[in-house]
Write a protein that binds this ligand. Structure first.
Ligand code: ADP
Ligand code: TRP
Length: 336
């Protein structure tokens, strides 16, 4: 198998509207990485159905993520942009990885514990084995680098363990050991209502997150209403780190402006939150509204989006199929 040295795969679930955490933690980085890497960007609908998805809207949500990729600046000609369920090799390799990964490894996954909560007897088996499918997404393309938000680090470590165990069990070096790329100032964007909770699609409060689809007014209002403590802005980064809501807003400011967080802290040291929030609201709406406008435009052109998705499917299969054939041969399965 030909070795590749700079290939990226990453995925985003079509399980709800995209928020600022998805943008700053993942999609914004995809845009800059496409210059340097060969990239595969995937809408992971198989992952989405680990919890219930309404069949009437799943396709639309899938198109929406594809539209968000393109509207954010990912070039669908240069990169392979595709939908996971259309490339059967992901699920085929995931089964093999279910037989490589150990129960103990999966039992340690904190995302499963968070998502299942007290309900662990009643969640789907898929939610538990979710990380083996993620490993398959990455390794079926022999990807070497994976840009993700901080919350996915543990899943990436599991992917590396699976690649290593497969290589060593079958005495092969087929799989690279992929590196996580956790980039930018905002690797973990927190809720606007609670600086200790991750910004997420599942938070019941709309005011906890900024959506890519929010209007300029909505963005500014959410930032104006964001929780803060009563003090002026911190003087230095050490103090900022002790104040979860302040550091979160400063981090968002830095990431949107491509600055170091230290620089954002220095710019606003000792100032009042009212002025900072006004500036942040304007910055966020200026950066995000072109994306949301372009997304709306793309969403009206279903034919175009579907043609991108169908083209991506073909390109993805062309890479995934020979890798799966090789894996079948290594394991001792029949393959014509
Ligand atoms: P979810 O939004 O439900 O966590 P996704 O599959 O849509 O799950 O996440 C897509 C990408 O967005 C992943 O790389 C994930 O790490 C990143 N991401 C999600 N939430 C945040 C957040 N609050 N801060 C930074 N990155 C995030
Ligand atoms: N598990 C990731 C999340 O919830 C999404 C994902 C699925 C992914 N497959 C992937 C990310 C492969 C990177 C690479 O955010």
């Amino acid at each position: 198998m030909e070795k590749v040295s700079k290939r990226i795969l990453s995925g985003v679930q079509p399980s709800g509207d995209l928020h600022l955490g998805n943008y700053l933690g993942a999609i914004k980085n995809f845009v800059s990485l496409q210059k340097e890497f060969e990239c595969f960007f995937c809408v992971v609908d198989l992952h989405a159905i680990t919890v219930w998805q309404d069949p009437k809207i799943l396709k639309q949500k899938t198109r929406e993520v594809a539209a968000a990729f393109i509207a954010s600046g990912i070039d669908p000609e240069k990169n392979t942009l595709f939908v996971q369920s259309q490339v059967p090799q992901h699920a085929q390799l995931a089964w093999i990885f279910n037989c490589v990964a150990r129960m103990g490894w999966l039992n340690r996954m904190t995302q499963f514990k968070d998502k299942a909560g007290k309900n662990s007897e009643n969640v789907s088996v898929g939610l538990f084995s979710y990380p083996t499918l993620m490993a398959a997404d990455i390794l079926i393309y022999l990807a070497t680098h994976v840009p993700v938000g901080e919350d996915q680090k543990q899943h990436l470590e599991l992917t590396r363990d699976i690649a290593q165990k497969f290589n060593s069990d079958f005495k092969t070096d087929i799989f690279p050991i992929p590196e996580p790329l956790i980039l930018g100032a905002a690797t973990r964007v927190m809720s606007l209502r609670d600086g200790l909770k991750k910004m997420s699609k599942s938070d019941p409060s709309d005011y906890s997150r900024i959506m890519l689809s929010d209007s300029e007014e909505e963005i500014q209002k959410k930032i104006r209403k964001a929780k803060t403590d009563p003090l002026p802005l911190p003087d230095n980064i050490e103090d900022a780190k002790k104040r979860p809501e302040a550091i979160n807003l400063l981090t968002i400011y830095a990431a949107l402006n491509d600055l170091e967080v230290e620089k954002a802290v220095a710019n606003y040291a000792g100032k009042e939150f009212s002025q900072f929030k006004k500036d942040l609201g304007e910055l966020a709406s200026a950066k995000l509204s072109p994306i949301s406008l372009e997304m709306n435009k793309l969403m009206k052109d279903e034919k175009y989006l579907d043609s991108i998705i169908s083209n991506g499917k073909e390109r993805a299969i062309n890479v995934a199929e020979p890798v799966l054939s090789k894996i079948y041969e290594i394991i001792g399965f029949f393959r014509d």
